[in-house]
Design a protein. Structure first.
Lengths: 286, 517
């Protein structure tokens, strides 16, 4: 417990942006680098049950923010929250995790691993609850106001109709934080929440650099190179790109190739990192 | 007076010789049966008394002692009713057995003197034939099995017929116009079926793969699985056709050899489905036990062990649908039988061995609600549900399969397509071609059963293939077990291709059938 610091609302270390929200926490229990509280940060949140699209976007956003020196704040939940942190850590960025329980109380094992990785990389874990405080159904919605309160802007990557991320969006709006929603296919169950936000006037996040520029950080260009492909692989790549997540059978029909050729090429392309398979469907890797 | 008749009992999958000794002495009327007889045999006393009286014979007034030898063999079959009744009649002097040693008798008695069919008649008949018994008498109800056994087999429908036959010499009985019609046939009926060259004739009962539109990927996987006897797991949402595929799989396996047909017929006979032994003589079995099945039901068991589903699927297909719903211990119990291709139960120090060489096919939903990854319906499972389900799938189950495919409902465009996909006939030709190729290159068993030494010999990789494999090993974070599994499947794909070397394309295709998350 000794490495847990307590920051009172009256303390100078207490982030000013958090003090301004309607219902600021009286004290913050912190573990890690507390100076991150006052850096430029963006919250990236979303559904626990993500699609491949959501995963890729969360990873990409995390990576790009880290590259621009922006701290990525999230709820350390499974799914989108976790992938945004993973992306940031991949690019050696800083992360803040806001918990819905005491800092030493952690849910699933995978989240704990991710938290420790974040801390090792100079990150920070924050909670308004004293150590040992158990998580419950109301602590999570409550901590969402801290997630948005600590951030300059909030990005919702994927959210279903009743996702907790929509609560974060509501808090953010009340706190005057700009909210960005990542648009999804209109027939995707996992993007209904975000698409509805966009309908109701939230800015769609179409180009990540726009957001980085909006909060006044410098963008960084990174070149994307596509690995070599032979003609057959190109053909499959085109089919996968056009059909967005086809099954093997659909690729067989789309290309007119034999099942054996498709199966063999898909493996080769997966090894090359061009595509990936998830829940029986094939996607283009980001 | 003393008499002795010959009979047999079924012990596991084999017949065992039993002698029934009967002695009638003076004393209080009654009957005692000794010789490790089970309750089923002890109850025969009541049946026999009524059957003898209702057949018009007189039941002895004295003290009857029946001894079943060998005394050390546990006997649990109603098939001893008839030999005991005959023994009593002979001891009493009601009938004069000519040469009792020439006849072997099995059959259950009804109270009115009719002879009823018994389980396991085929192995008992075959055993008595091997012993050189000149005439064998079996119930009329087991006639179809008697056709398979061949030899001097007579069928009887009542105790009187049996008594009449046994007063004759077997050779004479076969010629006498009166008794000749009881003879099944001298040759053994399916003469041409018994030979190894028998063609595949029974496909009309198994539905055809040509009926399945689309799912070409699954069909390809079925061909590979059948050619190498690789365990196959199909993952897909409800209604995508997993059961249709599994139900057709027996059709693409090569025609059974004479030996396999006989083994399968014996299994069916022991399981009390003697008619199937004959009717489905050359058809590979397809068994699809429900997921609530227990351990004993699956691998066999009981006080006197009877075959379980894995044995009923011997030489055929065992389909485990909703594999995640099966009890973990039940799945675990499959490990040994799958490896050894037989299962041995020990009861009172006696081993009962049943064969179980089958093609295993499993199916699972992608998640508890079934719609994870589905295009049209939302999955209602929580993250915890998914994790639990994945764990269940990944442990003991994944260990038992070489190939895993994802399936999805066939799209409307596919249904409307007129182009016909692969038929069972075409698929079987491919499978047989691959198996012949493997045989001609020194492999006698199936590729799924290659041990590590054989993998070194038969799954040798050239340098470029080795390099590809090592890249895949890293990229897919494979385990050594997954590595050898991939090699075995790649070997089968190369066999289908008629290639002695395993090429990169073969490995790449095999890798695509690895279990994915």
């Amino acid at each position: 417990m000794k490495d847990i610091q307590v920051i009172d609302i009256k303390s100078a270390e207490y982030p000013a942006k958090l003090r301004d929200i309607p219902d600021p926490p009286g004290q913050l229990f912190c573990k890690g680098d507390t100076s991150l509280l006052n850096t430029k940060s963006v919250a990236v949140v979303g559904s626990r049950k993500n699609t491949v699209y959501g995963k890729n976007v969360a990873l990409m956003i995390g990576k790009r923010f880290a590259g621009a020196g922006i701290t990525v704040t999230s709820g350390l939940a499974m799914g989108i929250d976790a992938f945004s942190h993973e992306g940031a850590l991949e690019a050696d960025g800083k992360v803040i995790g806001v918990l819905g329980s005491g800092i030493d109380v952690m849910g699933p094992r995978r989240n704990r691993d991710l938290m420790n990785r974040g801390l090792e990389n100079g990150g920070l874990v924050v909670s308004e609850y004293e150590p040992g405080y158990p998580a419950s159904s109301w602590t999570f919605p409550a901590r969402n106001r801290i997630i948005s309160g600590l951030a300059e802007a909030v990005v919702i990557v994927e959210a279903g109709l009743n996702s907790g991320s929509l609560i974060t969006a509501k808090h953010a709006a009340e706190q005057g934080r700009p909210v960005y929603a990542v648009p999804g296919n209109i027939n995707s169950q996992s993007s209904i929440g975000t698409n509805l936000l966009i309908r109701d006037g939230v800015t769609p996040l179409v180009i990540i650099d726009d957001l980085i520029r909006d909060i006044g950080a410098a963008t960084k260009k990174d070149a994307v190179s596509r690995p070599d492909m032979d003609a057959d692989e190109e053909r499959i790549f085109e089919v996968v790109r056009l059909m967005s997540g086809p099954t093997v059978d659909e690729i067989i029909r789309g290309t007119g190739f034999d099942p054996q050729l498709v199966n063999s090429l898909l493996t080769v392309m997966e090894i090359k990192g061009i595509i990936e398979s998830y829940a029986g469907r094939i996607y283009i890797s980001q | 007076m003393y008499s002795r008749t010959r009979s047999a009992v079924c012990f596991g999958m084999e017949g065992r010789e039993v002698f029934v000794e009967t002695d009638i002495s003076r004393g209080l009327p009654g009957i005692g049966v000794v010789g490790l007889a089970s309750t089923m045999v002890m109850e025969s006393r009541e049946r026999i008394k009524s059957a003898i009286e209702n057949s018009g014979y007189e039941y002895p007034k004295g003290r009857i002692t029946v001894n079943l030898t060998p005394a050390s063999l546990r006997k649990n079959s109603s098939c001893l009713d008839l030999p005991i009744a005959i023994g009593i009649l002979a001891s009493e002097g009601n009938i004069r057995l000519r040469v009792a040693e020439d006849w072997g008798v099995i059959g259950e008695l009804a109270l009115d003197g009719r002879v009823l069919g018994v389980e396991g008649a085929l192995p008992m008949m075959l055993h008595m034939k091997d012993l050189g018994i000149k005439g064998i008498i079996v119930p009329e109800a087991n006639r179809t099995e008697a056709c398979l056994a061949g030899g001097n087999i007579f069928t009887v429908s009542c105790l009187r017929e049996c008594a009449m036959l046994m007063c004759m010499d077997p050779q004479k009985a076969a010629q006498d116009p009166e008794t000749r019609k009881m003879l099944v046939c001298e040759e053994g009926l399916p003469g041409e079926l018994m030979t190894e060259t028998a063609g595949f004739k029974g496909s009309e009962d198994i539905p055809d793969f040509g009926d399945i539109i689309g799912q070409e990927n699954a069909k390809r996987a079925v061909v590979i699985a059948a050619a190498g006897r690789h365990g196959l797991l199909m993952v897909g949402s409800p209604g995508c056709g997993k059961t249709m595929i599994a139900g057709r799989m027996a059709g693409v396996m090569p025609a059974m050899t004479g030996r396999e047909m006989l083994e399968t017929a014996i299994v069916r006979s022991v399981a009390g489905r003697g008619d199937d032994s004959f009717r489905l003589w050359n058809k590979r079995p397809f068994r699809a036990p429900h997921h609530t099945i227990g351990r004993a039901g699956l691998i066999g068991g009981g006080l006197y062990p009877v075959p379980g589903e894995i044995t009923l699927a011997h030489n055929g297909v065992l389909f485990l649908d909703e594999i995640c719903e099966f009890n973990k211990e039940t799945i675990e119990s499959l490990r040994l039988p799958i490896e050894e291709k037989k299962i041995t139960h020990f009861r009172k120090g006696e081993p009962y061995t049943f064969p179980c060489n089958f093609q295993v096919v499993m199916a699972a939903n992608p998640c508890p609600c079934g719609y994870f990854g589905d295009k049209d319906r939302e999955c209602t499972c929580t993250q915890a549900d998914l994790e639990r389900y994945r764990r269940k799938l990944s442990g003991p189950i994944i260990d038992r399969i070489d190939m895993c495919i994802s399936m999805e409902k066939v799209a409307y465009e596919d249904l409307a397509e007129t182009r016909k996909g692969m038929t069972t006939q075409q698929m079987r030709e491919q499978v047989c071609g691959a198996i012949d190729f493997a045989r001609s290159h020194g492999r006698t068993g199936f590729n799924a059963d290659l041990n590590s030494r054989e993998i070194d010999v038969f799954c040798h990789l050239a340098d470029s293939e080795k390099k590809f494999m090592s890249r895949a090993y890293e990229a897919f974070k494979m385990s050594p077990r997954a590595y050898s599994r991939t090699l075995k499947v790649a070997r089968t794909i190369a066999d289908l291709d008629g290639s002695e070397e395993i090429r990169t394309a073969h490995i790449a295709e095999a890798l695509n059938y690895r279990p994915k998350d």
